[in-house]
Design a protein around this ligand. Structure first.
Ligand SMILES: [Zn+2]
Length: 212
């Protein structure tokens, strides 16, 4: 396999709507670039394109640990109380004949969301400190691979459905963990929205250049 060199070092941006190539101009924070042919948005130069996602990812990680400390749902039926933690659903499946479903739930509700946050912090925190992250290309690639598996928001939806449906048979209460989990989902989404990939690669090149 051969790496293709960008001889001009001038980045080209393809329009997501009509595929027209544009030479990437020098941009200031907050600028929005539009296609000269179809007016589609080519890029948004985010304000604090690295600091904000780092802050959101760190917040998400704190909420992830809080979500695992407290009960997520509390059932009460005929005087019997059952307290469920976040991990209990996956563990129940793993102990039964539906173990494959258990693995899927474990990956999509806990492992993948955690890895997404760890990769984001693993890339952004060293850049913030002015040092090269460990294996940055691998971490960025892994982030893109893991991201589709992180379906924490679907998990929240599932719990809300269970909460409504089971409410007819038993007294169901939402635990502190549920609020922390929803905050983690929101923080992760905000980290992605505020992340500016262009600034990320620019900062990476800058940090590496300083090292040489
Ligand atoms: Zn276009």
């Amino acid at each position: 396999m051969k790496k293709i060199r960008n001889e001009t070092q001038k980045a080209l941006i393809a329009c997501p709507e009509c595929d027209l190539l544009h030479a990437a101009p020098e941009l200031d924070s907050g600028d929005i670039g539009r296609c000269c042919r179809c007016d589609a948005i080519l890029f948004r130069h985010q304000l604090n394109g690295l600091n904000r996602p780092l802050a959101f990812a760190a917040t998400g990680l704190i909420f992830f640990f809080l979500a695992n400390l407290f009960p997520i749902l509390i059932f009460e039926m005929n005087g019997n109380m059952q307290v469920n933690r976040l991990i209990d659903g996956a563990v129940e499946f793993l102990d039964s004949s539906y173990w494959m479903l258990g693995i899927l739930v474990l990956i999509s509700s806990a492992l993948a969301p955690l890895l997404v946050l760890l990769f984001l912090i693993g890339i952004l925190l060293p850049l913030k400190l002015g040092v090269t992250p460990l294996w940055p290309e691998t971490q960025i690639r892994m982030l893109e691979h893991v991201r589709p598996w992180a379906m924490a928001e679907i998990f929240v939806l599932g719990i809300m459905v269970a909460f409504v449906k089971l409410g007819d048979f038993a007294e169901v209460n939402i635990g502190l963990s549920m609020i922390a989990f929803m905050c983690m989902v929101a923080a992760t989404v905000m980290a992605y929205i505020s992340l500016d990939q262009d600034i990320l690669w620019e900062r990476l090149a800058l940090v590496r250049g300083q090292k040489r």
